[in-house]
Design a protein around this ligand. Sequence first.
Ligand code: GLV
Ligand code: GLV
Length: 325
Amino acid sequence: MKKPNVYVTRMLPQPAVDLLREHCEVEINPEDRVLTHAELLEKVRGRDAVLCLLTDTIDEAVLAAAGPQCKIFSNYAVGFNNIDVEAATRHKIMVSNTPDVLTDATADLAWSLLFATARRVVESDKFLRDGCYKGWGPMLLLGLDITGKTLGVIGTGRIGANFAAKAKGFKMKVLYNDLEPNPAFEAETGGVFVDKATLLKEADFVSLHVPLLPSTRHLIGPAEFKLMKKTAVLINTSRGPVVDEKALAEALQLGEIWGAGLDVFENEPAVEPELLKCENAVLLPHVASATVETRTNMGLIAVRNILAAMKGETPPTLVNRELLA
Ligand code: GLV
Ligand code: GLV
């Protein structure tokens, strides 16, 4: 039987590529860069499956260009806001993502950002390398305590819950907000459900774990920064547009909040220039899932979703399950 024809939009960890090549004819974008929309339109044409990334905009035009034989766009990410899922469903194309395998890595990075921001790790390292370290000082680079503080978690999916559960070791009080109370989250984390305003007013650290949806765009903006404590730290490992980045830069500069740790930005890879000037912000290039083990596992799951679709089976982490109806 003819092997399925699969396009991969960028090089992935080798074990994933090897598994895919065992079962499929595979073409991989040879360049380590994001394809343009025009290139995507051309490259997906006639494929049985496409393995794409969160940096690829998969709109209706790309889905239509793939053609009616195309079964699946397998996204190498847990988030799938880069794909027009409704259009995919209309074209009877399955969409899958890579949840679960990156939950720990992403929650761990949210903690890294929290520590790095509260204890001024990046600034301290720079201070030393710049030759400014002239000896121990009682007032040198003072940060914030973490243990015993109040953690505010917005969004209680897998990552939010994992992040909050890890607060136990630091004896933190956990407040959370979501569309509705989440008993499983409460059982796992001891978290207390509060409205968003209460959370913002009471939390010492606010961490965002919501998907990007029209309802979560600019969930945190000027009004929210005014509610937060002047000593509060904002952590965002979800999606950039959840935070109004200009308003954040202003809040940091005016001292409305104490600091911010960000792994995601509104217009990646561009970063608001005013934010780059803020020493009280730790800014990372979207690396939350970037560990050797996690990226390999994401690749294997993305490939397994394709292999299942090719066999007429349900991909293990199918997003548009309405296609099964
Ligand atoms: C990363 O941002 C992902 O959605 O996997
Ligand atoms: C989001 O995708 C999550 O797993 O929390």
